[in-house]
Design a protein around this ligand. Sequence first.
Ligand code: KIV
Ligand code: ZN
Length: 510
Amino acid sequence: MTESNRVIILDTTLRDGEQTPGINLNLQEKLEIARQLEKLGVDFIEAGFPAVSEGDYKAVRAISSSVKCGVAALCRCVESDILRASDALKAANKPRLHLFVATSPIHMEYKLRKTSEEVLALVRESVALAKSLCEDVEFSCEDASRSEPAFLCEILEAAIDAGAATVNIADTVGYAMPEEFGALVKYLIENTPNIAKAVFGVHCHDDLGLAVANTLAAIQNGARHIEVTINGIGERAGNCALEEVIMGLSVRRDALGAYTHGVKTKRLYRTSARVAKITSLPVPVNKAIVGDNAFSHESGIHQHGMMQNPMTYEIMTPESVGKPESTMVLGKHSGRHAFDEKLRSMGYELLQEELDGAFARFKELADRRRHITDDEIEALVSHKVADVPFIYKLEAFQYQSASKMKAMASITLLHEGKLLSEAAMGAGPVDAAYSAVSRIVGGEWVLAAYDIKAVTEGEDALGEVTVRVKRGNRLYTGKGLSSDIIESSVRAFVNAVNRAMAEGNGNGLR
Ligand code: KIV
Ligand code: ZN
């Protein structure tokens, strides 16, 4: 194993991942994900695209001052983007400006409306400007897999000459085939004269389900920097999943070669679970590495084989990715210390006051049941992540419904010290309650998605409702938890409203 086999990991969950439709994370949530990523051992966190929104600018700034690993900020080859990103990165320990421009004929003609000579000149100027502001500059070719390879060589050479220390090619639309992409990487490394002065990277999308295969093919052909997201979340079909590519490298060293990286594989499961929870994008049960079924064996033949030797049907152990055994271990006699220990094993490291709140909620629940499961603990704790300022707080609700009749709900919310009540009719109690909330807060709030999950089993199961509510052209996620599903539903809706209000998307639509 030589140092030249070290693969640098840039995680873009907070930038490309956050571009997943329906995800909008607040600052607190982004910071929590950034801390998880740092503990996981990624080299760089791409924290946002500061020129596109104030929220991204603030997130890059806050993350820059909270982590020690590299922090990258994305920018177009546009002076104002570069200045804004550089400003946001000021407090970073290892700041990186990540510039990109499209290099494919279709993008240059229809999107940029520039000739290839103009794009080349833009790369030279922009990378030089970035380099004057930040020592570490990465340059990416957008839609590289549909670009002319010879032109890519010219672009990469120009970017390296102007100071880029990492050059990256993106399979932006997930079009490449593994063999072809590997061959492109090889060609570019062999035909870009100054390539030895830079690290070669790739950024793959999953439109054909090949992002991981393409990334592995790129590594085998000389790429030493890869861009990935947790659970593969991202635009359209998503990005290359960090956990899959890392476990591919680790499980198939025999086939791929011995590459090193900084990722602590035992933290993969908990990081995936936290990102799924915070983004409200559940991990599919059959998802490789981190899905619930990834290590379960249903058929008798498989179970028998597993009992004789786990390697018959498992190519890696659940422990190697940190998948905990799902046992019920906490109950009403458990103390704060045991509770804290349990949370740590699940990837939660809470501040003292957060721990106090979660422990109080745990005790309340423990008084009502014999055992508390991991899922319930997760729900109790992650409830805090869903917290946004209580601009409106649910104080009371009541509903009536009967078959063949419209339902009626009346809701009381606390707002700026005043109790506000409204009643409304609806197709069912949830619909009626949502109309009553909308009347109180004013304006149009459209329910775009509603999901309910029983967090526990039994009669007093906790039900967690996740909603996506449309306000203007923005979607807001809200969560609510209660053993009464109508209450969970109302709480989730009010949570989404508060999230919109906290962002300034209240009565006056942006
Ligand atoms: O997919 C893409 O092309 C990107 C670039 C900005 C790297 O995300
Ligand atoms: Zn991308």
